[in-house]
Design a protein around this ligand. Structure first.
Ligand code: SF4
Length: 388
């Protein structure tokens, strides 16, 4: 089943998988020591984009200007200038890019060449998302992430001359970063010239080097209760400094929420290109080939680079609506999650909503179910409690 291109797809993701190192906690489709394939990969990516445009079901679908484009990775700041320019030019020619579109590029500190910020700006990029994670070089190095805290602030200061929207990613719970150090980092970061902060909990993904270190007890993880306390403290400090929490992990100054990520959370369609990239057409999720050689060969032969697809079951759709909806500060429309349920299911979910409200974990605001402060730290449990 190939991805169907609904006319409403106005969001594009482009995956650049190359990284200068492979972090021990990384679950993404990311390749270190493969830079020799950058040119070939770029051509394959363009071929995938061009084939998609030519397959689009109608002239309108192919010509719906894009509202958001997100270059993620991997480390897209290592995308060679002239190649990135060619990709953006191709996308603009084939689909059009709306005036005021949000175009984000993920950047790792230490990978930005002189003059590159101005160049990215000239391409129409509007927003940089900078992978800071921690300011403790030793901890990062221990996780095979070779970046220096000294690079971060100069990069942000220079970038703020070119971009009005700068975001930083942080990871709470990195082994070796204690609560005092985390608090002092947050106090520094809120002074930086940034408009958006994403705070993610460290997740130990199976088969990553970190997973094996934890298994061998070479690394001790912060207990969950301590993490929840740190997260709650962080929320308060960020809000005090003018960052509104609009999603469990995301905080933004007014006008700087990520429009692209909101498309994912609102379950709107998006089309993704590149190695391992996942697309969603509103019903079906597809995923591209994750093996570089197979991806390159398929794209070069102008064949399909898609490796799998899945039609979501009604249970999966229900859980996604609840989970993604509750993560957002706007909540989930209660009617939306009750519509289409059998009488039994309806009664069951309504009872559970009532008990969660009684426990003070969610509240009903004009028909929207919203997590309370107490509910935010146990969102996963609440969402699974409301699953079918
Ligand atoms: S830089 Fe990002 S994508 Fe690359 S290995 Fe590290 S975490 Fe993964």
């Amino acid at each position: 089943m190939e991805f169907y291109a609904p006319e409403s797809v106005r969001c594009m993701y482009v995956h650049w998988p190359f990284c200068p190192y492979k972090c021990h906690f990384c679950p993404f489709v990311a390749l270190a020591s493969h830079d020799q394939f950058m040119g070939q990969y770029h051509r394959a990516l363009l071929s995938e984009i061009e084939q998609y445009a030519s397959r689009s079901t109608s002239e309108t679908a192919a010509r719906t200007p894009l509202e958001t484009i997100y270059f993620g990775g991997g480390t897209p700041s290592t995308y060679p200038n002239e190649l990135l320019q060619e990709t953006i030019t191709t996308v603009r020619r084939l689909f059009g890019i709306a005036n005021g579109a949000e175009i984000t590029l993920e950047v790792n500190p230490g990978t930005v060449m002189p003059g590159q910020l101005a160049f990215w700006k000239s391409l129409g990029i509007t927003r940089l998302s900078i992978g800071v994670q921690s300011l403790n070089d030793k901890v990062l190095k221990g996780l095979n992430r070779h970046q220096s805290a000294r690079d971060v602030l100069p990069l942000l200061t220079q970038a703020s001359e070119f971009f009005e929207s700068l975001s930083v990613d942080l990871i709470v719970g990195l082994p070796g970063v204690d609560a005092d150090e985390w608090r002092s980092m947050i106090h520094q970061i809120v002074q930086w010239p940034i408009q958006h902060i994403s705070v993610y909990f460290l997740t130990v993904h199976e088969d990553t080097p970190l997973y094996f270190k934890v298994k061998k007890q070479e690394v001790t993880l912060t207990p969950d209760d301590d993490l929840v306390d740190l997260y709650t403290w962080t929320r308060h400090i960020l809000v005090e400094h003018g960052f509104e929490q609009y999603e469990i992990s995301n905080f933004a100054k007014p006008g700087h929420q990520s429009r692209h990520n909101k498309v994912y959370w609102q379950r709107k369609p998006y089309k993704a290109f590149g190695l391992g990239a996942c697309s969603f057409d509103g019903t079906i999720r597809t995923q591209n080939e994750k093996n570089l050689m197979r991806y390159l060969q398929a794209a070069e032969k102008k064949g399909s680079v898609q490796a799998s697809w899945e039609t979501l079951t009604r249970q999966q759709i229900h859980l996604e609506k609840v989970m993604l909806g509750l993560r957002q500060s706007t909540g989930v429309i209660c009617k939306d999650i009750l519509d289409g349920l059998t009488a039994d299911e309806h009664r069951q979910i309504t009872d559970r909503i009532a008990s969660l409200m009684h426990a003070g974990l969610i509240k009903d605001v004009d028909g929207y179910l919203i997590l309370t402060s107490e509910g935010i730290s146990v969102e996963n449990g609440i969402a699974s409690h409301l699953s079918l």
